[in-house]
Write a protein that binds this ligand. Structure first.
Ligand SMILES: Cc1cc2nc3c(=O)[nH]c(=O)nc-3n(C[C@H](O)[C@H](O)[C@H](O)COP(=O)(O)OP(=O)(O)OC[C@H]3O[C@@H](n4cnc5c(N)ncnc54)[C@H](O)[C@@H]3O)c2cc1C
Length: 458
């Protein structure tokens, strides 16, 4: 194999790192420290030509191919034992066309790269709530963030993507070219090839008014109910998610409350700043406030506000559900388990699925769950491996309590953990069969299988 690796090195501009090379340990590491794997090689792709060479090498040598953008996959899909990692992290360039309100984004860019480049022009598009998450991985699964109620999911803002397919071709997918592939990329995950660049619709979003409001834990059920009722009809310029959160030692939280378990609403208002207080009032009055840090700030500041809490190298164990209707019984179950959150990084987030996300039909893109009210994730995230049992147990028991109330079988593919393989078909909902047919066209041998895997239709 070493001769073959040499031939791959000759074909690529980016480095190919194996166990004999300095930097291998850094190159093989992914965000979730639970996946301490040893791939045969990591190809740090500089361009689409490198990706084509790596895909061809993996295919011809029968290697497991792991495609890595930002490396945030909780099940550790961005690495493998003995396989080949196609690492796109050198491809982070973002080009903005301010006149056309469009950004072209490299396949390895993270959300912070996209926010930074677009904010200079007072523009943005929907992304997640942590700036180190990969744009590609997030968008291919859907992409839920503060702007989704107003502007749709990240995948709803995708205009085109360049994709290296299993046979080594570079295809452009859009509404006009390879339409079936374009449909599948918007929610079908990394199943269809390696995305080398993405083109996004941008929107005028510059300064926002937002930040977290922390409430007394005793009021959590009332706060959740008020959030549920208000976010269904609030102006779409408001993004907000509910969470259970141990108070971190931040200056705006009274020192004697640091370490207390609280609940919080994290808000983002992109409408006229003068209207922010009126719009936020129904949330602020949902319960007794312990602390808040809501104010005007650049959109990228909110999108990176929690990065410090969640550095690379924590252990992650997550479970997720789409929620058809957040019933009072479900809220009781949340109120029983949320307050037991074991550490400051672990949390439960409840994101709204409504507004612009509902205006796209369930079969218009591969993201099927357009008719639910929320996406819920119980995210165990902890620094010390000695706490693995406590955190995984909390996630499992919490999930077991709320799942019967969710009204759906599936969860958001990007929030799925490592041991939910039996839920994959349900996670793609009514679109699974069509996805399997498209998989059979573009990846009939399932070369790209380290993902929320869709089996090619027979
Ligand atoms: C701390 C944290 C916060 C998060 N917050 C949010 C959030 O606010 N909203 C949200 O929607 N999701 C969120 N997520 C989930 C996130 O969307 C997924 O973990 C996503 O898969 C991450 O993409 P990545 O590129 O960073 O991951 P990677 O591990 O690099 O890749 C994950 C998957 O995406 C595929 N993939 C990645 N890049 C490419 C590419 N260029 N071409 C083809 N396939 C590719 C891979 O096949 C792999 O299956 C969060 C995750 C974490 C860990």
């Amino acid at each position: 194999m070493s001769t073959a690796i040499e031939s791959l090195r000759e074909q690529t501009r980016g480095e190919v790192l194996t166990a004999d090379d300095a930097g291998y340990d850094e190159a093989r590491a992914v965000y979730n420290a639970m996946h301490d794997r040893h791939p045969l090689g990591v190809v740090r792709c500089m361009d689409a030509a490198d990706v084509i060479a790596a895909v061809g090498f993996g295919r011809e040598n029968g290697l497991d191919l792991a495609v890595r953008g930002g490396g945030h996959s909780v099940p550790g899909f961005g690495t493998s034992d003995g396989g080949l990692v196609i690492d796109l992290s050198p491809m982070r360039n973002v080009q903005v066309d301010p006149a056309g309100s469009v950004a072209r984004v490299g396949g390895g860019a993270v959300l912070g790269d996209l926010d930074h480049a677009t904010h200079a022009f007072g523009l943005a598009t929907t992304g997640g709530v942590i700036s180190t998450t990969g744009v590609s991985g997030l968008t291919l699964g859907g992409g839920i963030g503060y702007l989704a109620r107003r502007h749709g999911l990240s995948c709803d803002n995708l205009l085109s993507a360049d994709v290296v397919t299993a046979d080594g071709r570079l295809l452009t997918a859009s509404e006009r070219q390879n339409e079936d592939l374009f449909w599948a990329l918007r929610g079908g995950g990394g199943n269809f090839g390696v995305v080398t660049s993405l083109e996004f619709q941008l929107h005028p979003v510059g300064e926002i008014v937002g930040g977290p409001i922390f409430f007394e834990l005793d009021a959590a059920a009332d706060v959740m109910r008020a959030y549920r009722d208000y976010i269904a009809k609030a102006p779409e310029e408001l993004g907000a998610f509910f969470c259970f959160q141990i108070a971190p030692p931040l200056p705006f939280i009274p020192e004697d409350r640091h370490g207390d378990t609280l609940c919080a609403l994290v808000t983002c208002w992109t409408g006229p700043p003068a209207e922010a207080d009126t719009v936020l009032e129904p949330l602020r009055s949902a319960g007794p406030i312990v602390a808040e840090h809501v104010g005007p700030m650049p959109y990228p500041a909110l999108n990176s506000a929690f990065d410090g809490l969640l550095p690379a190298g924590l252990q992650h164990y997550w479970k997720a559900d789409f929620v058809k209707e957040l019933t009072d019984d479900a809220i009781d179950a949340h109120f029983e388990h949320g307050p037991k959150v074991p550490c400051v990084q672990s949390t439960m987030h409840m994101y709204p699925i409504n507004g612009a996300v509902h205006r796209v039909g369930s079969d218009e893109t591969a993201f099927a769950y357009r008719d639910v009210d929320f996406a819920c994730v119980i995210a165990g995230m902890w620094p010390d491996p000695a706490d693995t049992e406590a955190n995984t147990q909390w996630v499992r028991e919490y999930y077991a309590a709320i799942h019967p109330h969710s009204g759906t079988d599936g969860g958001y593919v990007n929030f799925m953990g490592s041991d939910d393989e039996d839920r994959v078909a349900a996670n793609y909902g009514g679109n699974y069969e069509r996805l399997a047919k498209i998989k059979a066209i573009y990846d009939p041998d399932n070369l790209f299988h380290l993902n929320q895997n869709i089996q090619p239709a027979k």
